[in-house]
Design a binder for this molecule. Structure first.
Ligand code: AMP
Length: 403
């Protein structure tokens, strides 16, 4: 029997998201999530996608990642999909920060894990949880290949002109301060799927990808290679997000510290957790914001306008970076679902060859689709992202053994 299953793990500080896929046909066998790990009541949601069983949910204390993964393994085993199965080929881990060294998915060895650990200072919120997830999975199946798929890898093709901040080079290099970019797995997948939608090879198209979820980032992809992206040293830079400010004058930080009397940690929390849409209007869910806009709510309307203004600036900037744009692709929770965001982001850009067809834009679908009118020079597309499938594919391509 050949091993064709891949378990994808996305380990956060207090959560583990997982999917089990069968790479013989890229189908999903089970999906789930453990939340609030380490808190009084943790929650495990597990949905088997074979055999017709429905979602199972239970609340109980789950002390740490090891307990979480054991609980996940037990759920999978109950569906006949246990992690001890010879059909399991590998485990693919989402790792947020791969620095400059990891430009592609990598089989995890002790050296690789040490390097991911070395990157903790530039990704203190993310890499420690990823490392814990890897160690726990290794303990559970020490014999199995484990692969790290990095959020930053797709962006390592950015030229120095885009990747460097204009600050003292020696200081920047000493502290590894540069623009790394994130959401790379999504940008890679969506830019390729957009080329497919246009019936072209990725090498032949220039695409602006707008990944608009709770976190949000834009990228400029020339011929399949990323040449610019909006997130930087951390996922704070760039677009307005659910709770993150995106771009601000760095002097805002000094001002809040010196004049506002805030500590660096307080400013960090302010910009990462209490800003963006939630800071502007109290809500970070675009559905709620649109409902409030439709009711004439001023704070929600201003939040929406600021969000769109920033998005439009990035579309214009990336148009200039690419010179020629074949498609703009909207993806993730907001990009895939919020027709008013897509319409407003492109409104008034007809001179750039950009337009959205109202009827096509209003269609709700899980499929990749074009929403621009036929006459438009640049295709505008909605392309659902699938980071788990991309991680599974990259993992399987590296260590799968389709004998
Ligand atoms: P993600 O981070 O990609 O899961 O995106 C989550 C965000 O997508 C939510 O916070 C909402 O703002 C947004 N979202 C999800 N569904 C919809 C919808 N039907 N309409 C508008 N926004 C949506």
């Amino acid at each position: 029997m050949s091993a064709t299953r891949v378990l994808v793990l996305n380990s956060g500080s207090s959560s583990v998201k997982y999917q089990l896929l069968d790479m013989s046909d890229s189908s999903r066998l089970a999906v789930g999530l453990v939340e609030r790990i380490g808190e009084e009541t943790s929650r495990l949601k597990h949905t088997p996608l074979t055999g017709g069983g429905g979602e199972r949910e239970r609340e109980e204390p789950i002390a740490d990642h090891e307990a979480a993964l054991k609980a996940v393994a037990a759920e999978l085993a109950a569906d006949g999909l246990g992690l001890d199965s010879p059909e399991l080929a590998a485990i693919g881990h989402r790792v947020v920060h791969g620095g400059l060294k990891f430009t592609a998915p990598t089989v995890i060895t002790d050296d690789v894990l040490a390097e991911i650990e070395r990157l903790v200072p530039v990704a203190p919120l993310h890499n420690p949880a990823n490392i814990t997830g890897i160690r726990t999975a290794q303990a559970l199946r020490p014999d199995l290949p484990q692969v790290a798929v990095f959020d930053t890898a797709f962006h390592t093709t950015m030229p120095e002109a885009a990747a460097r901040y204009a600050i003292d080079v020696a200081t920047a290099d000493e502290h590894r301060v540069r623009r790394y970019g994130f959401h790379g797995t999504s940008h890679a997948y969506v830019s390729r799927e957009t080329a497919k939608l246009l019936g072209k090879a990725p090498a032949d198209v220039n695409v602006i990808v707008l990944h608009l979820g709770n976190g949000a980032s834009a990228s400029a992809v020339r011929g399949g290679r990323c040449v610019e992206t909006s997130m930087g040293l951390t996922p704070l830079e760039g677009l307005v997000m659910g709770t993150r400010s995106g771009d601000v004058d760095p002097a805002v930080v000094f001002h809040l510290a010196r004049v506002g009397g805030m500590s660096i940690d307080e400013v960090d929390t302010l910009l990462n957790k209490k800003s963006g849409l939630v800071g502007l209007c109290g809500d970070n869910d675009m559905r709620e914001i649109r409902r409030r806009v439709d009711e004439g709510d001023e704070a929600a309307s201003l939040a929406f306008d600021i969000y769109i203004h920033r998005l439009k600036k990035y579309i214009g900037a990336y148009y200039a970076v690419l010179g020629r744009v074949d498609a703009i692709a909207f993806t993730a929770g907001v990009g895939e679902n919020a027709a008013p965001v897509r319409e407003a982001a492109v409104a008034g850009l007809e001179e750039l060859g950009l337009a959205v067809d109202g009827e096509l834009n209003a269609v709700r679908s899980d499929e990749a689709r074009l929403i621009s009118p036929e006459y438009a020079r640049v295709a505008v597309a909605v392309v659902p992202t699938d980071e788990e499938l991309e991680i599974a594919q990259q993992t399987y391509a590296l260590v799968g053994n389709p004998s």
